[in-house]
Design a protein around this ligand. Sequence first.
Ligand SMILES: [Fe+2]
Ligand SMILES: [Fe+2]
Length: 383
Amino acid sequence: MGKKDIIYRDENPDPIETDQKILRIGKDLQVMSHIIKIILLIAAILIMIGACLITINSDFYLKVGKIFMDNSFYKILDAITDLSGIEPRFLSAIAWTISAISAVMMSFYAGQLEKFTKLIINEKNHFTTKAASTLRISAIMLAPLLLVNLFFALAMIGITVLFSYLFDYGAYLQEKADEKNRIEEEMIVSFAEITENKSGQTGQHVKRVSEYSKVIAKAMGLTDGEVENIRLASTMHDIGKLMIPSEILDKPGKLDADEFAVIKQHTTYGGELLDNVEGDIMHLSRDIALEHHERIDGKGYPYGKTDEDISLAAKIVAVADVYDALTSKRSYKDAWDEQKAREEIVKNKGTQFDSKVVDAFDASYDEILKVKDIYKDSCDFHK
Ligand SMILES: [Fe+2]
Ligand SMILES: [Fe+2]
């Protein structure tokens, strides 16, 4: 993967960083509960071996036999049944066995904690305050185990309470990231709407380009978060058109060379406009706005960048944008037939467009057609 293929830059702050932080907490908790589960299981086995040794080896009984005798469950058992006739070392073995059973139970409980944490991470709903409350309730439900083995039960209750507070913290981070995402999304939608109005394009062009980009990004195997960011960021690909005079944007018919040179500047204008805005999606939008007319062979604009220097997101949007331009009616041309437009994209694979992007576009063409149908223009004419 080239340097430019990394969609999220290191210096970018929230929300990706927050998401990763949340994921890290989740993974740490998962590992922690797994280790606790194994330790408790080993402890149970060792205690059981100890119980056996006590019954067969009186020396061993004299050395360590008393260790688990003060467990409350054993004391209750002693109070309600007549244990006086049983040899002390057998009584000790009973107490040890009770402790081993409690360790197995706690190990099972740690296993459940591990599953719970894994589910939260895999389901992508991350941490919630509800999950934190569930953990606190289960900590209370562990209370009866205090009678069986004070040490193990206290440790497990403590761990569960600690987990619940970490879940609360995760939920807080998640809420903050969601809020930031929501504000960013609202801003992006507003920007896209303003651009559409100014550039005389129908709203459906922006929607189609962003949905096509989403389909291609998904087919390329990008993560859900990356796909969603590309979908959103691509809506601003032509934001630089805000700086282009309306006479040129609204001119019916083909543009002359000078006018086209002015139009081309929408890429650098877009890049400059988005350069000072913080956030992952905004940085992604900047790359897309600046590079969506670049070509792999270096014949694009504004800089004539080549393959490695063009960001993956811009390469994706380039295919989506051209396909939509080809299949849309303009004042100076008819809409191309869908199959012909598809062939045109494939024909330019490796020269105008990135090969992997074209392959993903071609492989998911049924999805592309579905999007085209859903977001078809209500009026069949736009510039
Ligand atoms: Fe453009
Ligand atoms: Fe466009």
